[in-house]
Design a protein around this ligand. Sequence first.
Ligand code: FMN
Length: 330
Amino acid sequence: MTATRFTELTGCTVPVQQAPMGAVSTPALAAAVASAGAVGTLSALGLELDQVLRAVAKARARTTGVLAVNVLTEDVDEDLVVAVAERVRLVDFFWLDPRPRLVELVHGAGALASWQVGSADEARAAADAGCDVVAVQGVEAGGHVRGSRPLRPLLAEVLGAVPVPVLAAGGIASGPALAAVLADGADGARIGTLFVATEESGAHPGYKRALVEAGPGTTEVTGAFAAGCPLCATNARARVLSSAVARVSSFDGDVVGTLSAGGREVPLPPGAGLPPLTAVSGDVAAMALYAGAGVAGVTAVRPAAEVVADLAAHAEAALRPGAGRSTGRR
Ligand SMILES: Cc1cc2nc3c(=O)[nH]c(=O)nc-3n(C[C@H](O)[C@H](O)[C@H](O)COP(=O)(O)O)c2cc1C
């Protein structure tokens, strides 16, 4: 579809990055997205270096498409950054202030560096640090929310503030929504929630179903899911389904569910930051059901390739001359 500075820089063909989403973004998901022409992203969250490299190898074995790895929080393992930069096209950072040293490490190992930001000041700091791409996150975003501004005005401000390609993130869950940010001048979109409800994602079936069933206006930003959450020490704000907030606030008990990991059953307290994964059992509806404000655009659990193809086709149609939108950027 439409070429942008992001597609030209990274080598993808669809101007979309599947957002990193902890263990929800499995190697199978990233590979399926990459094979469909967008950027597939893995997450290093909570993993040791060898585990991350195994995940990258698994995804790489399934696709020749464009892959990224996301590194989160202030506690950065520089060896991990270098090792992933040697293996994927894009290394992606979030929830820490832009650091020139990390960008240098990424470039030195031959990859591109991207930073997700929540304000124009942070975007300027990312560009000044040498980042090749900036993802701007509006308050509509599912998961942990860095800033407090709605996407569209923030996007306009960031586009005026930095010379590098800009991805728009938050509440984008359909082709027309993708077309709208491209028409505003974005070089692509970073999309999370829509990819939670795919066959390849690591989300619990009950979580996927809850997203499919959610209509407009059913999400909120909350601090209700901050237990054991590495991001929440700095800022416990995350967008989730409102039904999960209501359910956990009336939950009576010390354990909302368990996570099966490495042969152990780990109890999860009410308000745990971990979203329900396939390896989780218990009261899924009372867990951290991260969801963006565009959740009504999630209408079925589909193969990720179908989601990417559908986004591209519908965005293209909305951008066609006569459809009322156009993008001036390449
Ligand atoms: C379930 C879930 C988990 C997320 N985990 C991460 C993460 O590990 N790292 C990260 O940079 N962003 C994470 N995000 C936020 C995304 O980068 C992005 O800003 C967001 O998904 C965009 O909004 P949308 O979900 O409405 O598309 C997560 C989002 C969701 C929905």
